[in-house]
Design a protein around this ligand. Structure first.
Ligand SMILES: [Zn+2]
Length: 468
């Protein structure tokens, strides 16, 4: 399996540290607002990658943090005249609601920054002892000149960065690129006790401390949006490798940008969409289909037309699934005129996904399968065994890996229509009984019985049971 590693800027053979375990850390949301559709792309594609690793029988330990103390949260709390805690709790709940609707599998852990302050303090102390961190009157900074490899992830050169940055007069740090590990408490902000006095952690130290705590010093995969490469992930490397002297992450995976109608999404342009709003307009099936149609690293343009097209794509898949469900009992079980080779499609699907999770190519394989199978069904050339194999493969690919179609939901839908139809027939049968047309009423009861539906008449009305 080949994975593109942002650190080396090329595809590499994927070899986890302790197979079959794969440790995977994903930068989670800062819970000060609903997450937007660009975040949804990162969350969904990291979910697809995790699901595919599980398909390949890896045992994935997936951790996603929640940043619940940060400037934006404090700002919102002050605006709304409430506490930072109540803001972060409200949006953390909204986050869980939304990812559940988007069929994103639960992580093994969702560590919260405020529950790991001690771990962050310990890590900062380690950096201070090694002379990498320095304290100026209660503010603690990371001295980037003490980490030779600073810039290795983003490919940025320190001198160029320095030339382009300015130091705020209020900041007393040694180098403009030094970043805050611990921020001295300000009036009206949440704060914790520390060896440097009251304060709160910087954003970058949160991920270093929490990933180490839950997944160990070296993790297999660290994922996040492209926009996090610099400075966030660059700083995470500096902190973790500076403190532990070990490789922090084996494979860095980054998700591409999302534009809206070819423009950058921004609140000021009025083209800013929350995942929550999009879920009101389109099915989760179509949203996941839409994201899987583009490679996770590439840029993606979000438009109504593309979402509509995704709904159509999903409909095509569902129609095919309904068709094979229907035909499974009708086909000639011995028909082998054109034996169907499911392995051909399975291998192509896996080859595509093994090539840096090429979901658009893997989806194309599925559509090819649907086209070929439909043709064979039209000519009655597909036997029962083949249909069962197709169904099993589509369950694994479309449901287990992509999460585009939920077979359980489809089954439940078909079932509820079935129940509605039985009720309709029984209502009509009641009418017949009222008209004393007992012959026809009995005929309906017997026919339903033949289908495995037992009708029971009593004084209070008619009920039914299904035979197994
Ligand atoms: Zn992070």
């Amino acid at each position: 399996m080949q994975v593109f590693n942002t650190l080396t800027k090329r595809k590499e053979e994927f070899i986890p540290l302790n197979p079959p375990i794969v440790t995977m850390y994903m930068c989670g949301p800062t819970v000060y607002d609903y997450f937007h559709i660009g975040n949804a792309r990162s969350f969904i594609m990291s979910d697809v990658i995790r699901r595919y690793l599980e398909y390949k029988n890896f045992n994935v330990k997936f951790v996603m943090n929640l940043t619940d103390v940060e400037d934006k949260i404090i700002k919102k709390a002050n605006e709304q005249n409430t506490s930072a805690q109540s803001v972060s709790e409200f949006y953390a709940n909204a986050f869980f609601e939304d990812i559940n609707k988007l069929r994103i599998k639960k992580a093994n852990e969702y560590p919260k920054a405020t529950a790991h302050i001690e771990d962050m303090i310990e890590l900062i102390k380690e950096l201070e002892q090694k002379g990498i961190a320095y304290n100026i009157d209660g503010d603690v900074y990371y001295d980037i000149t003490k980490f030779n490899e600073y810039g290795k992830l983003s490919g940025k050169k320190i001198d160029e960065l320095e030339a382009g940055s300015r130091v705020e007069i209020s900041e007393l740090k040694r180098n403009p690129l030094d970043f805050a590990l611990w921020k001295k408490a300000k009036e009206g902000e949440p704060s914790w006790d520390s060896p440097w006095g009251k304060g709160r952690p910087g954003w970058h130290i949160e991920c270093s401390a929490m990933s180490t705590k839950h997944l160990g010093d070296t993790i297999d995969i660290h994922a996040g949006g492209n926009d996090l490469i610099f400075p966030h992930h660059e700083n995470e490397i500096a902190q973790s490798e500076g403190a532990k002297g070990k490789q922090f992450v084996r494979y860095w995976i980054h998700f591409g940008f999302l534009n809206i109608q070819n423009e950058k999404m921004s609140k000021s342009l009025g083209n800013f969409f929350n995942a929550r709003d999009i879920l009101k307009l389109y099915s989760v099936d179509a949203i996941r289909f839409f994201f899987c149609q583009t490679h996770y690293r590439g840029p993606l343009n979000f438009s109504e037309e593309l979402l509509e097209a995704s709904e159509k794509g999903v409909e095509k898949i569902k129609n095919f699934l309904l068709r094979i469900n229907e035909e499974i009992d009708n086909v000639n079980s011995n028909e082998t005129v054109n034996p169907f080779d499911i392995n051909k499609y399975v291998i192509e699907f896996e080859n595509s996904m093994d090539d840096d999770f090429n979901t658009p190519k893997a989806l194309a394989v599925i559509f090819e399968l649907i086209k070929d199978a439909n043709k064979l069904l039209d000519n009655n050339h597909l036997n029962k065994q083949s249909i069962l194999e197709i169904k099993e493969f589509l369950k694994k690919s479309l449901d287990d890996v992509f999460g585009i179609i939920s077979f359980d939901e489809m089954k439940a839908n078909v079932k509820s229509i079935e129940d509605d139809l039985i009720k309709l027939i029984l209502d009509l049968r009641d009418e017949l009984k009222k008209e004393k047309n007992y012959n026809l009423a009995d005929k309906i009861r017997n026919s339903l019985n033949d289908l495995g539906i037992i009708v029971q008449d009593s004084k209070t009305g008619t009920t039914y049971k299904k035979k197994f």
